[in-house]
Design a protein around this ligand. Sequence first.
Ligand code: UDP
Ligand code: MG
Length: 136
Amino acid sequence: MSNLEQTLSIIKPDAVERNLQEEIKKNFIENNFIIKKEKKIQISKSEAEDFYKVHQSKPFYNELCNYLSSGPIIVMILEKESAVKENRKLMGATDPTKAEEGTLRKKYGISIDKNSVHGSDSIENAKIEIEFFFKF
Ligand code: UDP
Ligand code: MG
């Protein structure tokens, strides 16, 4: 039975700034994700606030939105069987110091805020996030 899903991935400013995008994309491809769409953009603070609105009550919200809008990012639609869960597994824990060996955040993350990648956390949110970045 096929369970093909799409999820939204972001290569965050800290990784783009270090020119890690090709290296990170190689990890997705080696793990059998198909990059269906991809673009390099820089978003405004208000777009970042909209994207991360679920976190608006958190103490780190303002810094998070400043950060995501601070430089270019790569947004991608990734496709694979169970893509949402598989991408979260490949990314590792939010805090790179707690992320498992071999995960993207362990390999590339600098800190809990500069953790190099974003991935949708549910199928429902994947749809919303894909629509957010790839509506046309
Ligand atoms: N974040 C932060 N400080 C924290 C927790 C999270 O700066 O204490 C940032 C971090 O960049 C994280 C993002 O907020 O990736 C969204 O947080 P979430 O809990 O949704 O983590 P994720 O789903 O990205 O693993
Ligand atoms: Mg999250």
